[in-house]
Design a protein around this ligand. Sequence first.
Ligand code: PMP
Length: 410
Amino acid sequence: MPLDSLRLRQDFPILARQINGKPLIYFDNAASSQKPKQVVETMLHYYYHSHANVHRGAHTLSVEATDLYEAARGKLARFINAPEAESVIFTRNTTEAMNLIAYSWGMENLKAGDEIIIDYAEHHANIVPWHFVAAKTGAVIKAIKLGRDFRLDMTDFEALLSKRTRVVSVAHMSNVLGVIHPIKSLAQKAHDAGAIMIADGAQAAPHVKVDVQDLGVDFYTLSGHKMCGPTGAGALWGKAELLRGMPPFLGGGEMIRKVAIDTSSYADIPNRFEAGTPNIAEAIALGAAADYLESIGMDAIFEHDQELTRYALERLKTLEGLELYGPEGDDRGGIIPFNIKGVHPHDVATALDQEGIAIRAGHHCAQPLMKHLGVQSTARASFYFYNSFAEVDKFVEVVAKTRDFFAQFA
Ligand code: PMP
């Protein structure tokens, strides 16, 4: 059933704001989504009624906080269909989760000449941690080219795969092009070559029904703040047997079994990877965000994103002087990168902000992709379930007005 974006908007007080005297149109969801009352109230309720440190005290509040924290882990596990809750590790965000894999699995398992395959559309969070690993281990990074249709060139991928390949790490959805990458087929091919498969779910988890078992990946990462949750809570899911074979990433309280002055042994998962006091309130609220999204329905959310995107693209394509990037089709989520010819994307974003429209402009932490596209930067509009067709109409109207305004100076 189609979702009711106008009703759902009522859950988001910020969406009633005026920006520069105009109703806010929030099209910067790929950077961070807004938060519904249900999530913020969960956090408030926790702090007002149940806060104490987790996994420590024998007192009532500590037990209550621990139960809420572990229940949130269970909710997140259900959200991505993880086979067991303990294979979900709370992190601050996707960036921390990717670094955890690179340091803990990568430093331990890779050696000189081993190959890591990423692609040209990756976010820096799935590039830079591999630079650290490559520099320390002598492993080599290779990148899958994009086809003319902006999709991964699967022939190039197969040509890159070899018995040297140990890791394939690809975003489930590109944060710039909106393409949903064929993770299941990448994972099968990676496994056939003897490599592990990592999917960066920062953009997909908020918008697409994720089933880590069906995708067949070894690791999956996500950021709570892009899926209606608070900042400071994200997650790493990994196959339990892989996680159990990995050394800890951070050392300290909570992650140990026994400590002596000169040695220590480590706790089982998930605690092994959650050293120190975690972001308890944020993790609990992320659990509430997963519940909230499930109550709307991930299929309905994705359908709405796609309908808005198809509609926006149809309208934007009629505007002369616009460059649009990304494929068209069912493998495209709600992200539209574009440029107005001859106008810097920062000027476009500033002009749109004057009309209350929030978009992102820049390299989107994807500099290799910008180079691949032959641009310095782009503007980017990105949608969520609380956005409407009327907002798209206003956006297209203001983009056209901005193009005409700058045309005077060309
Ligand atoms: N990967 C992708 C595909 C992203 O879009 C982002 C956020 N823009 C990240 C990783 C990093 O997410 P975070 O900043 O929440 O760690």
